[in-house]
Design a protein around this ligand. Structure first.
Ligand code: ADP
Length: 484
């Protein structure tokens, strides 16, 4: 029986996990670092423990003991795929809400995980430990211990391979403390399509359908949706079976994700397995009715899965937009500052998993993702309309965000047609044109007649932000002035 859980994370995911725990009647304790003293997840928590770092296994265990927690939920990022934390929990008699250390270790190594999947007859991308035959170019150099798109290099010609291996392996050593790299066939115009899986400790496995995650910047996801427009019922059945084979091959326990790339002729290849809750898990929850955190907790408590494969249905369509503090037009440079005004969207079919509020400061220490805006609607087109509306309603001033950029993606014909692959943003350079600058005088004139004190705050907020001119033009295009 799990009665109290230490949430070893921050931001939106710490808050989202706490929601489910409290609904289950389980106590939740938060952790925070000195830099996060006033962070929303720490302020909202009934109980919060100061730690030196979110990446320090000993500190997390100490906090769990101080909290008398009987389990740790690692969220995503930080220590969520760290076999040492899972092992340390086992040793300390604390339940780790995630897979066994051995599973994390094997799946964290891209080469080892491919070997496992190949043995399980899951199709994998052709891979070489050294030089590939000339006919196989272009190829990708990848970091064996990689993640987050780091340590990856596209190589078009054999002559460029050595240099790419050198620079990828230096980047990998700096980022992951592991300089090993390998070479993989580069799949042209691929889609990134992944399957959510669940496995319990009684040998039951289910998949919860796919997520389409092809809209990416620098190999990182920006918009995710389910169902995928590319997945026919036949392809879903094949890929679902492969995802289950992958889960069985490692006796997977908990919630995990099997990532595939799919080429234009519907051939699919295993890419990697993520042994944790995924950022984009809400789109699966919206269309299946599952609460994946609840399932994780149940599995960790030794219970059986609450659903069999035949019980699961996908209903309607869900889209998630990741709201980042960044400037898409300037190579996605992160933006920092204080959130001076925050009016999130609401209304039918809208879910916001947010880690910030008005007054939150956004710094360089952590990932620039501020919130995830998720919608559900009966059809894909109505979900797109709903997402556009929700983005229109989203007012966030004080830091630059990608909200306008997200809206432009959703407005493209290709997105409407579901014609997406991982090269989508490169093929749409027009998305990066900055919105037309509106003269500050015009904005001031437009804002003056607005009578309520709230509108006065808006002007103050924009003026107080790092770069008030830009904040004004963001407000102009994303805020309520646009329609007034
Ligand atoms: P990471 O673990 O660093 O996120 P992944 O292996 O999951 O790396 O790949 C991230 C993204 O890079 C994929 O979603 C896809 O867009 C691109 N990618 C990876 N491997 C290939 C490949 N063999 N061919 C084409 N694109 C790829």
């Amino acid at each position: 029986m799990i009665r109290k859980v230490l949430i070893a994370n921050r931001g939106e995911i710490a808050i989202r996990i706490s929601c489910t725990l409290r609904e289950m009647g389980i106590e939740a304790a938060a952790v925070f670092t000195a830099a996060d003293e006033s962070a929303l997840h720490a302020r909202l928590a009934k109980e919060a423990h100061l730690i030196a770092s979110y990446l320090d296994v000993d500190e997390i265990l100490r906090a769990a003991k101080d909290a008398s927690a009987d389990a740790i939920h690692p969220g995503y990022g930080f220590l969520s795929e760290n076999a040492a934390l899972s092992a340390a929990c086992e040793k300390a008699g604390i339940v780790f809400i995630g897979p066994a250390p051995e599973t994390i270790r094997r799946m964290g190594d891209k080469l080892e995980s491919k070997r496992v999947m190949q043995n399980a007859r899951v199709p994998v991308v052709p891979t070489w430990d050294g030089e590939p035959p000339d006919s196989e170019y272009p190829v990708l150099v990848k970091a064996t211990g990689g993640g987050g798109g780091k340590g990856m290099r596209l190589v078009e010609r054999p002559a460029d391979l050595d240099a790419a291996i050198g620079s990828a392996s230096r980047e990998a050593a700096a980022a992951f403390g592991d300089s090993r790299v390998f070479v993989e066939k580069y799949v042209r115009h691929p889609r990134h399509i992944e399957f959510q899986i669940l496995g319990d400790s009684h040998g039951n496995y289910i998949h919860c359908f796919e997520r389409e995650c092809s809209i990416q910047r620098r190999h990182q996801k920006v918009i995710e949706e389910t169902p995928s427009t590319a997945v026919t019922p036949e392809l879903r059945a094949q890929m679902g079976a492969a995802a289950l084979a992958a889960a069985r091959a490692v006796k997977y326990r908990g919630a995990g994700t099997v990532e595939f790339i799919v080429d234009p002729s519907e051939r699919f290849y295993f890419l990697e397995m993520n042994t944790r809750l995924q950022v984009e898990h809400p789109v699966t929850e919206m269309t299946t009715g599952l609460d994946l955190v609840r399932e994780q907790v149940r599995i960790a408590s030794g219970e059986k899965l609450s659903y069999a494969q035949a019980d699961l249905r996908q209903t309607g369509h869900s889209i998630e937009c990741r709201v980042y503090a960044e400037v898409p037009e300037e190579d996605f440079r992160p933006s920092t500052g204080t959130i001076e005004l925050y009016e999130p969207p609401a209304g039918p079919g809208v879910r916001l998993d947010s880690g910030v509020a008005r007054g939150s400061s956004v710094g360089y220490q952590f990932d620039p993702m501020l919130a995830k805006l998720v919608v559900w609607a009966p059809t894909r087109q109505s979900a797109i309309d709903r997402m556009k509306r929700a983005l229109d309603d989203f007012v966030l001033l004080g830091v630059h965000t990608n909200i306008e950029f997200l809206r432009r993606i959703l407005a493209t014909d290709d997105f409407a047609l579901g014609e997406v692959d991982t090269g989508f943003l490169d093929r749409h350079p027009g998305l990066f044109n900055p919105p037309q600058d509106i003269p500050v005088e015009a904005i001031l004139a437009a804002s003056l007649p607005l009578p309520s004190s709230k509108d006065g705050e808006r002007a103050d907020a924009a003026a107080a932000s790092e770069d008030s001119g830009a904040a004004f033009s963001d407000a102009w295009t994303s805020g309520p002035w646009r329609n007034s």
